[in-house]
Design a protein around this ligand. Structure first.
Ligand code: CTP
Length: 398
């Protein structure tokens, strides 16, 4: 996604300047070319040598004293950029950008660029709360600048509050979003992920081996493609993905409620969750004792969420996942028809290398017209992107 992209990273004078190192490493890991512009005060916190070594490119520190203005000058840098990222951004640089001051390399590059500009503020919480900074941020947002808001926490000055630079992985995720094609712009996508857990008593439950990784990857891919995304997640050990509204549920019944309410105005619903088909008929109010347990567990069926959405389909695009251990094609296409879906992703969960919990997947996508498309083995994030590309190529998502 970031391969070959040109990113100008402005580093300004705050204690969080050292976190630019992690940002550079993340961006380069994905194949981006990073050009650092370091302000004079930024160089008080971190050396050009460190940033140059990590970025693999010369660090630009001054507007008029360049080794080669023609190669790395402000116009060249601002034109070359696919994205200008300022992290950390002090109150000072934010004020300069808002007021059209271009008195150093970074403020000049920001003013001269046509690329999206992403700003990650970091400062003392009183400064962040000040009227000047608030007004500057509001104006810049209205002008189309993008932000990753600071987090709350203990600040270097000893106070506690908002102002801490957002986590580098969060900043990098927003960079990915800004650099992606916007195939799903304006769409609302609901994705379910993970297993469900059906309580037997206050300490025990029945569940399955779903890790949630594929569903989370689908949610992230949809967000990067420009959709607003709600993720309904069963109990998994994954953190909430950035920039995605995440609703955590336990049981199939709660997942039904959450998916129903999130999908009332959705354009696309992707059910990647491994929803339990049965639940214990009774939830024991107290822990079942082994001396008194009969050895038989009466079970009741759960509601098939996807089949229910299929019955009241409307204009929504419905995409299912079929977790199979055998007769993959027949089972998956049978589910597609029975549940009135637009497409279903057939997933061979019997294979250790691509099944539940694995980091990779290899799937066959079946469409309602009986055709299919194979998506080769790759990381789950890449497979998720290919699924959306295939849905668009086929015209399922117009
Ligand atoms: N699904 C659902 N609600 C359920 C069960 C399944 O919404 N109670 C959805 C899953 O999220 C998935 C699709 O239906 O998108 C197929 O799920 P899968 O478990 O493969 O199939 P089932 O229909 O449950 O059939 P079986 O377990 O017998 O294979």
């Amino acid at each position: 996604m970031m391969s070959g992209k040109e990113i100008v990273l402005g580093v300004t004078g705050g204690i969080a300047a050292y976190k630019a190192c992690e940002i550079i490493r993340e961006l380069r890991k994905e194949g981006a070319h990073v050009h650092v512009v370091l302000t004079a005060s930024g160089s008080q916190f971190i050396t050009p040598l460190t940033l140059q070594t990590l970025s693999g490119n010369p660090v630009v520190t001054d507007l008029f004293n360049l080794i080669s203005e023609s190669e790395i000058g402000h116009i060249s840098l601002s034109q070359r950029a696919d994205l200008v990222l300022v992290a950390p951004a002090t109150a000072n640089i934010i004020g300069k950008i808002r007021n059209g001051i271009a008195d150093d390399m970074l403020s000049t590059v920001v003013m001269a660029t046509c690329a999206p500009v992403l700003i990650a503020p970091a400062m003392n919480s009183q400064m962040y709360a000040s009227a000047a900074v608030r007004e500057n941020l509001e104006t810049l947002r209205a002008r189309g600048f993008h932000f990753v808001d600071p987090g709350e926490g203990e600040l270097a000055c000893g106070t506690f509050g908002p102002g801490r630079l957002a986590d580098p992985p969060k900043i990098v995720e927003m960079a990915r979003i800004l650099l992606s094609r916007k195939t799903l712009a304006g769409r609302k996508v609901v994705v379910s992920a993970g297993p469900t857990a059906e309580a037997l008593d206050p300490v025990r439950f029945l569940s399955n081996r779903s890790s949630g990784k594929m569903g989370y990857a689908m949610a992230r891919a949809a967000r990067r493609l420009g959709a607003s995304v709600t993720l309904v997640s069963g109990p998994v050990s994954l953190p909430d993905p950035y920039f995605i509204e995440t609703v955590r549920v336990e049981s199939a019944a709660r997942m039904l409620d959450a998916v129903r309410s999130a999908s009332s105005d959705a354009d696309i619903v992707v059910m990647a969750a491994a929803v339990a088909d049965f639940r214990p008929a009774e939830m024991n109010a107290v822990k079942i004792k082994k001396e008194t347990f009969s050895g038989v567990l009466p079970m009741s069926p759960t509601v098939d969420i996807l089949a229910e959405l299929g019955r009241e389909k409307g204009r929504r695009i419905l995409v299912g996942f079929a977790a199979e251990t055998d007769a993959l094609d027949a089972n998956a296409s049978g589910k597609l028809r029975r549940k009135n879906l637009d497409a279903i992703v057939a997933n061979d969960v019997s294979r250790g290398d691509i099944g539940f919990g694995a980091d990779e997947n290899e799937v066959r996508l079946f469409f309602a017209d009986g055709t299919s498309s194979d998506i080769p083995k790759a990381g789950k994030e890449a497979v998720a992107e290919s699924i959306f590309s295939a849905l668009c190529a086929k015209g399922v998502i117009a």
